[in-house]
Design a protein around this ligand. Sequence first.
Ligand SMILES: [Zn+2]
Length: 468
Amino acid sequence: MSESRADAVVEHAMNRLEATIERLGEYLAYPAISCEAEHAEDVRALAARIRDDLEQLGMDNCTIHEIPGTLPIVVADWLHAGPDAPTVLVYGHLDLQPVAGEVWHTPPHEATRKGDRLFARGSADDMGGWVSHIGAIEAWMAVTGGLPCNLKLVIEGEEEIGSPNLERYMDAFPDAFTSDVMVLTDCENPSTDIPGLTVSLRGLVELELICEALSADVHSGLWGGMVPDVSIALVKLISRLADDDGRMQVGRVDVPADWRAQAWDTPLTPEIIRKGAHIIDGVETLPDRGTAPAEWMWRQPSITVVATTLPTPNIKKNALRQRASATLSVRLAPGQTAADMMTALEEVLLVDPPGGVKVSIEQEGWAGEGWLYEPKGPAFDAADRAYKKAWGAPLVRVGVGGSIPFVALFGRRYGDLPLILNGVMDPETTAHGPNESLHLGVFEKAVRANVFLLDELAALGKAAMTAD
Ligand SMILES: [Zn+2]
């Protein structure tokens, strides 16, 4: 039985764990920020470094693909496990969120260890995610001279700007993606002790809510009392969208009763939320009102005011203004479309305008699809076994309140394949915020789990991957 072989590989990976963390630290030194044009060369330099390292590791066809006008992807493969072994695609991304305007306690592009955490932008999102696979691959190669499965790696350079060109890469380099099972690393674990398998995402739509009333700003003392105030009208309209707790009340969806009942078992407690969301003393999480936090955060829409043109402290003008607007970001329930949400919003916002002001709403930019997935079949049983062995705790199905465009894209293109979506983030990671960190215990368990996962998938064989 392959049990002892995988155990030997894990042992090797654990002996090499410090070296793997060091490798991760070296990658984190590149300020590979995809949304800032001045860092495009850093993204390319990191891609080149990774390509070289993958070659050294013994991977084949290590290549940087770059479609003009985009940032590159790095691909590599190892296809010597034989025709009956499954081909596993591992996806991760090498680019980073910006750090501008954030207060960091350690240099953001210098991996710094404090206690059991490694601080740096990208440490968990997503460099640690895919480097945990590198740790597993290296150990398999060292101990057995190869991998138990065929394997392909795709490391993207534009995830943090919404993967705008990933589908073009899928079209241009289809072979790089062809596989029997996909392991997508960019997600979160419910805690540092419990591994998570992500099975749903919320979508996203942004809109501009505009109130207009006058053709010029006018003196509020002369005219206030009979002239509509667009700022107050705007605030009143926004408040229509929220219930008394301040929670989005428009576009709520029905969730299947069995899911709803199980949602209470999810390890997403008020304490975890308090800590992860940095809620200050004296303030509580919103009351659940009989609905599990997991449902509120993963399966129902929510709203954020992301910008307004309301008067600011540096433009204090005692005037009634011509126009006021707000940019609203709406998280869509999985399966809900942007068009459904816009219709629901119009029904609430465009009737009975406060003070009779002129109200309009416009959808802005890009809308992200949500994603809802049913993880069933032998590949998921294999993942359950692998994670249980590595973590000593069962793999828990979780949702993500955010929108990850690449996941919806993989779901649309490759949804017939098992998509195993996980990662190395935990509730204290603060991905996309200051002082992002990776829990090194989680990273260690991720490396172990990746070793076991390849072993379990190999034992099943290629034919089992698409069976129910
Ligand atoms: Zn990410």
